[in-house]
Structure formats: C-alpha cells, structure tokens
Ligand binder design. Sequence first.
Ligand SMILES: [Zn+2]
Length: 308
Amino acid sequence: MRLGIDLGGTKIEIIALDDAGKERLRRRIPTPQGSYYDILQAIAQLVRDVEAELGQQGSLGIGTPGALSRATGCLKNSNSVALNGQPILQDLEALLQRKVQINNDANCFALSEAMDGAASGAAVVFGVILGTGVGAGIVVNGRILTGPNGIAGEWGHNPLPWPQAHELPGPPCYCGKQGCIETFLSGPGMTKLHQIDTKESVRPELVEGKDSLTLSPEEIVARAEQGDAICERSMQRYENRLARSLAHVINILDPDVIVLGGGMSNIERLYANVPKLWGNWVFSDRVDTRLVKHQFGDSSGVRGAAWL
Ligand SMILES: [Zn+2]
C-alpha cells in the first residue's frame, strides 16, 4: 500500500493507493495554524488512523510547496511559513519510524499524470500548474528530476520569452523581478492584464461600471465565447504568451507531453490553439510534443505524493 499526503497551507489531504494505483481511502483535515510541532503531530496522527482503519502499513510520500535544501536538509521556499527552515523529513521519519519521501507539489502533479494519468507512458513529461501561481515539474522515465538545487522545472519566475514592446518591462512580481511568466500566465495575472488592456483600449465612459474591468478568468473566457472583442483579444494574448513560454521549454527539454493543471487548465480552447502557435518559436521543422489536460485535477498532487 502507498500513502500520499498533500501538505498545503490550509489543508492536509491523505490518500491510500493499492499496488495497482487504485484509491482505497482519502481523508482531509485543516492544517493546524501556527506551530510546526502541531503540523507534525497532525500528519503522524492521520497516517496512524488510516493504517489502523486499513489494517496495513504503507510507504509514505509527501508533496508540499517548496523544496528540501540539500545543504541543511530543511524545507525552503514553502508558503507555509511554519515549515520553512524545519527538518521535516528527519522529524517525520523519527516520529513514524520509517523512510519518508518529500517532494515539491508541482513535481508530484507531474509524476501523478506521468504514472497513470494524461501523460501515461510518455518518457519525458513537463507538468505545469497554471493557478494562482505558476510552477512546473519534470518527470523522466517515471522519475522526478529534482536537480542539485531542488528547483528543476521552476519556470514561473523566468521572464516571458520573446516579449513584445507593450509587454515590457512587465508586471511586478512578488519575487522582486518584473515580467515573470507567472505575472502573465497565472489566474490573477490574466485578470490584471485584462484590466490594463481594457483601460487602454476603451474610453472610460463606454465601460459598464467597474465590474467589466476586473473580470475573473472564467468570465473573460465566457465573454470571449459570446463574441466580446476585448475579452477575445485577452484570450488570444494569453494563448500567445503560453505558446511562447512553452516553446522556450520545448527548445531546452523537448518533452513528449506537456500536461496542464491548476485552474487555468480548465480553459478548453488552450489545447487546440496553443500547439498551433508554438511552432513559431520552436527551433524545429515540426513539433510533435502533445499538450494535454490533466486527468486527476486537484487529486494529482496527493496521488503523485503516493507514487514518490
Ligand atoms: Zn517572479
């Protein structure tokens, strides 16, 4: 039996898979706020409860934002501040008396989709999360590529490639730079850029109130479908930027499959339109890389953790 845990800032989810990858049980609890020790105890209790219920011990993998520092063995870059700088792997191994695997949540997403999801059977997989942030992971022959810095696939804070004049210097990013891919391709990024473009292209008196400026990505997609020209332009700009950003990856990694996850991956038109565009920037006479939608959605993180 394989146990996977998705450790996030607001919830801890556990899944139990049998050896064939079939789900046996799944449970979710809120992440204790504040104390590192409380989070450790909550994880250990969750594992003990599930194993008692199923009458069996399992291997344990944990997916979480951030990465383990090779220098210190402690977690870094996590958005759960209580976990940063803590030797979580050592502590959990001591608490649960077994080997534990920990990896980045975007890497777990890529692994889950590569093992038995939308990229099943592909040798090289680039798994992308397009959500409130932008991240990615690389899986080669069923194994996560981690790298000496623990950041392989971290692509969201590279600059948007082949920028056009109106895209420079680009929106400010929380990382301290400007024009990061994340500022263009995240959900909040799309809303923000649509707002800026709308202000530039429409006389204020023609805009029907504030709401038409601050549209969610879902609303922009829906209005573009109904023929709204400005929303359609925002969609085309998004597709063009995603195509450029992925062409950059294809030129370096040349993956068999790119699988999209996160909220923005539910925009169906991306899968037809982006591959029609990326050939403009890929250094090849043709592009056989497939762009596919996730199979397991929000469950990929926890499934991938179980596969670690
Ligand atoms: Zn950034």
